[in-house]
Design a protein around this ligand. Structure first.
Ligand code: TXA
Ligand code: MG
Length: 324
């Protein structure tokens, strides 16, 4: 009797022969390959259409495995790993020699994380090695939070898709750089900045702008649907909607709560709810805007506390004009 499900066994076989497996995590679906196999990792970049210089996160079954992938693990890294793994946190550490250049884009660091999703952990445990995985979408597009999203984006370019249902968190992991002195947050995500500071025992620096390492999630224009996204205050929505409707645009609203007094003709997506519920449905709603053929999505961000900060960050990036 095998303790591993047939789907996971098939996915492991695909990874061992250098293929690609899409799998659920608690944040978004990942497009995975054997992190120790440079040719397999190359395929991820080809399928995503992602520049080779943008590094990938290596997913691990257990926190103790960081010793195999990082050359140095400072005490803060152990403290964060212990407190938040499995969970939506990625640690950037000096890379071990065995990490292929294909994974790090040639950088001296590697991103590591243990996801909190049963199917992902079963896959990682059965595979036994690291799985390099970006979000399972084409470069620059909205991240997938269901297996159906992955199929729609990547189709037959991926060898296996493991279906774990909708992702529980809905936005990507929080990235913390521990490779150069004091810890710094490089990407807001599923784990709040306050939770990090609590464990570190001091406030943590947040630098989510573009940095020396190209990082797609930190480019100003990312996570964008076809519809134009405009982020505005709740009390400005009705007026802006009227203007756009008068111009003949198809307009939709994404907001934490119902907005009263909207002009007729606006497409009301259901209220997104509080920060956590908003995070969970965000990417699905951005896709829904495209499915309905909206020209403009007027978005009201949740309060920027906890995971609400990551939601507001993604809305701003979805709204930034696509320039490069
Ligand atoms: O929640 C997540 O993190 C998801 C799931 C699948 O784990 N993954 C994800 O991967 O969002 P991706 O590739 O879409 O975004 C990873 C981000 C990129 O911005 C990348 O540049 C950054 O992590 N990153 C990875 N390794 C890095 C490194 N060594 N130094 C700096 N940034 C790094
Ligand atoms: Mg991504």
């Amino acid at each position: 009797m095998s303790l591993v499900s047939a789907d996971v066994a098939a996915a492991v076989a695909v990874l061992r022969r250098g293929g690609l497996v899409a799998f659920p995590t608690e944040t978004v679906y990942g497009l995975g390959a054997d992190a120790a196999n440079p040719a397999a990792v190359e395929r991820i970049f080809a399928v995503k259409g992602r520049p080779r210089s943008h590094p990938l996160i290596v997913h691990l079954a257990e926190g103790t495995a960081i010793k195999e992938w990082a050359a140095e693990v400072p005490p803060d890294a152990w403290a964060l790993a212990e407190a938040f793994w499995p969970g939506p946190l990625t640690l950037i550490l000096p890379r071990a020699d065995r990490v292929p250049d294909a994974v790090t884009g040639g950088a001296g660091t590697v991103g590591l994380r243990v996801p909190a999703q049963p199917l992902a952990l079963e896959l990682l445990g059965a595979f036994g090695g690291g799985i390099a995985a970006p979000s399972a979408n084409r470069f620059g597009r909205v991240s997938p939070t269901t297996a159906t999203h992955v199929r729609a984006d990547l189709g037959t370019d991926v060898d296996v898709i493991l279906d774990g249902g909708p992702c529980a968190v809905g936005v990507e992991s929080t990235i913390v750089d521990l490779s150069r002195g004091a810890p710094r947050v490089l990407r807001l995500g599923g784990l709040s900045v306050d939770a990090l500071s609590d464990v570190l025992g001091h406030p943590i620096d947040v630098r989510v702008g573009p940095g020396p390492t190209p990082a797609p999630g930190t480019l100003p224009s990312h996570y964008a649907p076809e519809a134009r996204v405009e982020v505005l205050a709740a009390d400005a929505v009705a007026g802006r909607a009227s203007t756009l409707l008068a111009e003949g645009r198809r307009v939709g609203i994404l907001a934490p709560r119902r907005i009263e007094g909207l002009p007729r003709g606006v497409e009301g997506l259901p209220p997104a709810g509080g920060a956590q519920a908003y995070a969970k449905c965000l990417y699905q709603r951005l896709r829904e805007a495209d499915r309905r053929g909206l020209d403009v999505l007027l978005a009201v961000a949740p309060p920027e506390t906890g995971i609400g900060a990551a939601v507001a960050d993604r809305l701003r990036r979805a709204a930034a004009p696509i320039s490069s």
